[in-house]
Ligand binder design. Structure first.
Ligand code: ZN
Length: 432
């Protein structure tokens, strides 16, 4: 970003864009996505967390790498068209890295790792992951994308593997992302070794000695809570979890709609972002390292980040019975500087100021649904939608203009999507 000392009238006409009545904001940061599941939007409905996850796994088993690529391309295109210029994406197939790079978004793409059973061994899993990371690095060369790893969660990665993965990440200077404290069964598994997830372990013969603490405390004991670790969800936190989170320098992503859709609850946003607490008056919580994410299209059918902001604000006010907090400015900060800080990108993005990268989104105020506008931040959070975005730019390059993606073709994506949907509908009919 550069601000010229002269009025823009003096600039050559070819460089000037007339955006009409519009708001220019820092490119939005969607701090948690699974872009490769975009083709599964609406495929798994009305189920709690773990039955939902089982259905998702069954659908995943029917997708080819090219399907994942097209699906992630659609997700990345949708993000860009809605004003998002940075994503923090978790990918199992690995295809999302190419998709994010091709669409021209900035971001971190984390290779997911699973391994709750004894086999494969730790060295084998690390070896396989190393090969996947090399492919991802090749796929994102020359782009605005960085690669990281995502040990999926405490219920899908066993303790010794978790430790080895975070040590590996530390040695290789790779960012880490973890799904943490998302559901009640996850917290029960760690605290008491009971509940539906623990019963599943028993049935599958998986040995599990509960650490008898909160999920974040457990992760801290595994060495996983470090500056730069991105903790997604954090719905159910104990006092001790708050303490270790506060001391660790890790970051949090608020995913209000996904948490609501799967019946997991409401994350304590106010506690997460407030600067001081009564109990620890001198200790700043998170120092602003809290972002907001839509999660995937499977657990949040509408991945419109502005809708996420509005819902994220309203559910907090309803839950806490207060009209005063959070404000539109509080949640807008999550999608800009908060997200940037959570990803360690605050020196590059998150605000529009000289010296930062030109990551910009422009939202039109021409619609009846956005008129009149008394305050731009209230308009963005309260009434605008992804569809009002008329321009996105990342690193000074135009990605979208007037609802059109300028960086990739949609024909191939559409063909592939139709083929996938037909295939999945057929197998669903056969099995039902
Ligand atoms: Zn997720």
């Amino acid at each position: 970003v550069e601000v010229r000392p002269r009025r823009i009238d003096g600039a050559p006409v070819a460089d000037a864009l007339d955006l009409g009545d519009a708001i220019i904001v820092p490119g939005l940061v969607n701090a948690h996505t699974h872009l490769e599941y975009t083709f599964l939007r609406g495929a798994v409905e009305d189920l709690p967390m773990f039955p939902w996850l089982d259905r998702l796994m069954a659908f995943k088993a029917q997708l080819e790498p090219e399907d994942y690529l097209a699906s992630a391309m659609q997700g990345a295109a949708e993000a860009a068209l809605g004003g998002v210029t940075t994503v923090a994406d978790c990918t199992d197939s690995g295809m999302a890295a190419q998709a994010v790079a091709r669409v021209g978004l900035r971001g971190i793409v984390y290779q997911e790792v699973f391994g709750i059973e004894e086999r494969p061994s730790v060295p084998d899993t690390i070896g396989t992951m190393g090969k996947k990371l090399a492919t991802l690095e090749r796929d994102v060369a020359g782009s605005l994308v960085r690669v990281g790893i995502a040990p999926h969660s405490v219920y899908t990665v066993r303790a010794d593997l978790f430790r080895a993965l975070v040590q590996f990440a530390q040695k290789q200077d790779l960012p880490v992302c973890i799904h943490a404290a998302e559901s009640q069964p996850e917290c029960e598994l760690v605290l008491t070794g009971t509940g539906v997830r623990a019963e599943r372990f028993l049935r599958r013969g998986i040995e599990w000695e509960p650490p008898r603490c909160g999920v974040l405390e457990y992760l801290d004991g595994l060495g996983a809570l470090r500056p730069g670790t991105l903790l997604v969800h954090c719905v159910q936190l104990s006092r001790a979890d708050f303490r270790v989170l506060n001391l660790s320098g890790a970051s949090v992503v608020y995913c209000p709609k996904s948490n609501a859709q799967l019946g997991n609850g409401v994350a304590p946003l106010t506690l997460l972002v407030q600067k001081t607490s009564d109990r620890l008056r001198s200790s700043p919580y998170l120092e602003g390292r809290c972002g907001i994410g839509t999660d995937s299209a499977v657990s949040n059918n509408k991945t419109d980040l502005l809708e996420e902001l509005r819902f994220g604000l309203l559910i907090q006010r309803a839950w806490r019975r207060t009209a005063e907090r959070p404000t539109a400015a509080d949640v807008f900060a999550l999608a800009t500087l908060g997200g940037a800080r959570a990803l360690g990108l605050e020196t590059q993005i998150g605000t529009l100021e000289p010296g930062k990268a030109a990551d910009i989104a422009v939202f039109s105020l021409r619609g009846y649904h956005t008129s009149p506008c008394y305050d731009p931040v209230s308009a963005i959070v309260g009434s605008a939608t992804a569809g009002d975005c008329v321009l996105t730019m990342a690193g000074g390059k135009l990605l979208t203009r007037n609802g059109r993606l300028l960086t990739a073709s949609s024909q191939w994506i559409n063909r592939r999507r139709n083929a996938v949907v037909q295939r999945l509908k057929q197998t669903t009919r056969q099995t039902s």
